[in-house]
Design a protein around this ligand. Structure first.
Ligand SMILES: NC(=O)c1ccc[n+]([C@@H]2O[C@H](COP(=O)([O-])OP(=O)(O)OC[C@H]3O[C@@H](n4cnc5c(N)ncnc54)[C@H](OP(=O)(O)O)[C@@H]3O)[C@@H](O)[C@H]2O)c1
Length: 365
């Protein structure tokens, strides 16, 4: 079985995805008879196509010699060349790309995404996406949007689909903020740790999105909706981590420069938590129709205190897991683990989504 793949975004995650695909292709072909062919790739500036399949080793060169990129033109080519049964992989953080999913799903093109934007808009647009996937008989998978490669959304989907009821969820959802709280100290101030998290590829392309807690708030919304709640973005109560002055920095360099002013406050909060036998955590609480995100001191010994490095943790209490929660924990950011979540989703889609002829005659984009 052959599946045509189209990749948007060839940055940190996109490159790790292509490398993961290169490594897994031979085994998938020999063990499962699955031939995954990357037929198109785009960045914000350039795009390249090859109907026979692009090679990972020469992808950078193909892009460099490619055409000027426009998201709508990329999608037109996808529909003309591959159409129904093809799979779009979104490794951008682009709202323009996210806005294209609905039309693609209606056309029978499945979507696998690491981009949180489509799932963290209005409840109406979230529902429209699911309806489009249903009507196009296409798959929509977004595991990598929460916890990178950790099996969080899939676990919740399985619980709900098999008749369990999610009661509440307690979580730490930002790999960047975990990295900061797990390394904070007199020798490792906030301003330095943010730069380090950027260099390791943990942050959003714009780190202000992590530090303003917007990124974690989007994940809270995605988790809550997966658990069956109907919620608008403004209904997630978010406690700010930084002062308004830091958050209003006009660009990334001035934001990073201004963070030095926050160092002393963060170190004081860390010391106070330490004095109480606790650690700082940015904790998400979901349940009873409410969702929130706040800074808290978690006593040592509790599961949320035991995080290491850039770990995420999600503790799911349900009718079945009432006595002790189902806990998923592990590294929750980084290009390789995110690509691993995308590849796992891709495999499920490629082996289940129906293939078929090209563009449908009733196209409505
Ligand atoms: N890094 C992580 O740990 C992590 C974890 C989970 C989820 N994610 C998500 O993964 C996504 C990618 O993150 P990243 O760290 O790889 O970011 P990145 O390194 O900045 O890469 C983003 C890529 O998207 C491309 N792009 C932007 N707008 C586009 C458009 N309109 N059409 C086509 N391509 C476009 C960029 O093109 P240019 O090269 O031309 O700028 C770049 O190649 C984000 O949504 C992020 O939230 C990341």
């Amino acid at each position: 079985m052959t599946r045509d793949l189209y990749l948007m975004g060839y940055g940190k995650v996109g490159k790790a995805f292509v490398e993961g695909l290169r490594l897994s292709r031979p085994g998938l072909l020999s063990d499962r008879g699955l031939d995954l062919r990357l037929k198109g790739v785009a960045t914000s500036k350039l795009m390249a196509f090859d109907p026979k399949g692009l090679e990972a080793a020469s992808l950078g060169g193909c892009l460099a010699g490619g055409e000027a990129s426009r998201a709508s033109a990329f999608v037109d080519r996808l529909l003309d060349q591959g159409g129904r049964g093809s799979i779009l992989i979104d490794c951008t953080a682009s709202a323009e790309v996210a806005a294209l999913y609905e039309g693609l799903l209606r056309e029978g093109v499945s979507v696998v995404t690491a981009n949180k934007i489509a799932d963290s808009g209005s409840q109406a647009s979230w529902s429209a996406l699911r309806a489009a996937a249903k009507s196009g008989k296409a798959a929509y998978r977004h595991e990598a949007t929460v916890g990178a490669g950790l099996p969080i959304l899939g676990s919740i989907q399985d619980l709900v689909a098999t008749g369990d009821e999610i009661l509440h969820i307690e979580a730490v959802l930002s790999g960047t903020i975990s990295h900061i709280f797990n390394h904070l100290g007199a020798e490792a101030p906030l301003s330095l740790l943010v730069k380090e998290a950027m260099a390791r590829g943990y942050t959003e392309p714009d780190p202000r999105i992590d530090l303003s807690a917007l990124d974690a708030a989007r994940k809270v919304l995605i988790l809550a909706r997966e658990a069956g709640m109907r919620l608008e973005p403004g209904e997630v109560a978010v406690e700010a981590l930084l002062s308004p002055a830091s958050l209003s920095a006009p660009d990334v360099p001035s934001f990073l420069e201004g963070l030095v002013a926050e160092d002393a406050g963060f170190e004081a909060r860390r010391k106070e938590a330490e004095r109480q036998g606790a650690v700082l955590r940015h904790v998400a609480l979901i349940g009873s129709g409410k969702a929130s995100l706040g800074l808290g001191s978690v006593p040592l010994g509790q599961p949320l205190a035991a995080l290491r490095g850039n770990d995420n943790i999600v503790a799911i209490s349900s009718a079945r897991y009432a006595e002790r929660p189902l806990v998923v924990q592990g590294p929750g950011a980084g290009p390789e683990v995110t690509a691993s979540g995308l590849l796992a989703d891709l495999l499920r889609v490629a082996e289940s989504a129906p293939a078929g002829p090209g563009r449908s005659s009733t196209s409505e984009r």
